[in-house]
Design a protein around this ligand. Structure first.
Ligand code: PLP
Length: 340
């Protein structure tokens, strides 16, 4: 039986032999004591790619996201974000525990938060209501099926943030995919945000790692929050080297993942038992019209196709660098047959 086609997440990629070699050969130091040269190199490169003054390397996107919000918010205030944001649903109430903020979710029809929706959520100052200290956006939006936030929409939110004097955090775990989809540099998409999290361990294929970019003056504060959360790492250059390798070799190929996602959706379109939602990037939501997701997933797994449930009648499939166009053809056949 051939190896399973693992569409559960773009985090399942295994580092290639060349990436492992780059990691093994990394020049390292003690990053907590007095910096690790390879980590510094990655941080400078990420800051440049995102058009920000500084960046720090983190073990995970969750820790970098939580640090971003901790930096820009104030305990006892509200943070506005989209109702299905990763920050709200998949970070184990970190905002309540670490930042001690109240989250106010803003509902959207399609995961795309807008300046209009946010403006309607602002309240006139009053001693009876919480103050808002920050806002957050997510691009691409995971739960909305890898949806890209259009540049003009992000710019509108940035303008509102400036007008309301509120810092804006961008959860850009898949900002690379968004930039690829719209054909613009990541810095352009990151421009409206004060703090930006990007992941290296998803579409870029690293085993570990995310970065948070931020204004240079915040460096000591970000360092301190990261350290408190246990994110100060020592010879982290071994991991950062994977990031540098990924920026050189894997960033430019994300369009292949998007093409594979489109191929998957197109290949299943018209099947009576599934409605694929048209993907913007590398995430395909498959709405089942006949069978519950829980019944379908083990049957697909038996035949070598792994997907996750994203609701009682919704499957999620994510393409990535360990999935080829031929794998997608096989996945279409298997999913089609199992659902029939
Ligand atoms: C949109 C988004 N933000 C943040 C994260 C958290 O990243 P990590 O798994 O590295 O903690 C994820 C992970 O899937 C994500 O999809």
């Amino acid at each position: 039986m051939p190896a399973a086609i693992d569409l559960r997440s773009d985090t399942v990629t295994r580092p290639s032999a060349a990436m492992r070699r780059a990691m093994a050969e990394a020049v390292v130091g003690d990053d907590v004591l007095d910096h690790d040269p390879t980590t510094l190199q990655l941080e400078e490169r990420i800051a440049g790619l995102l058009g920000k003054e500084a960046a720090l390397y983190f073990p995970s996107g969750t820790q970098a996201n939580q640090t971003g919000i901790r930096l820009i918010s104030r305990p006892g205030t509200e943070v506005l974000l989209e109702a299905n944001a990763h920050l709200l649903h998949y970070e184990i109430a970190g905002l309540a525990d670490i930042s001690r903020v109240q989250v106010r979710p803003v509902a959207t029809p399609d995961g795309v938060l807008t300046a209009e929706l946010l403006r309607a959520s602002l309240r006139p100052a009053s001693p009876h209501v919480p103050k808002i200290s920050a806002m957050a956006i997510e691009n691409t939006h995971n739960a909305a099926g890898g949806k890209v936030m259009p540049v003009a929409v992000a710019d509108g939110i940035g303008a509102l943030a400036r007008e309301a004097q509120l810092p804006l955090h961008l959860d850009g775990a898949r900002l690379w995919n968004a930039a690829t989809a719209v054909g613009l540099p990541p810095a352009r998409l990151a421009a409206p945000a004060t703090t930006v999290m990007v992941s290296l361990s998803k579409g870029l294929g690293c085993p570990v790692g995310s970065c948070l970019a931020f204004p240079g003056a915040a460096r000591d504060d970000v360092w301190e929050i990261r350290k408190r959360l246990g994110g100060g790492m020592r010879q982290s250059g071994i991991l950062a080297a994977a990031g540098l390798y990924a920026l050189d070799h894997n960033l430019g190929r994300l369009a292949e993942d998007h093409a594979n996602a489109k191929r998957l959706a197109a290949g299943l379109a018209g099947h009576p038992a599934v409605t694929p939602l048209p993907p913007d990037t590398n995430i395909v939501m498959l709405d089942l019209t006949r069978h519950p997701a829980d019944a379908v997933i083990p049957k697909l797994a038996e035949r070598g196709v792994l997907v996750t449930a994203f609701g009682p009648k919704r499957l999620r499939a994510i393409t990535h660098l360990d999935v080829s166009a031929a794998d997608i053809e096989r996945a279409i056949e298997v999913i089609g047959a199992v659902l029939s």
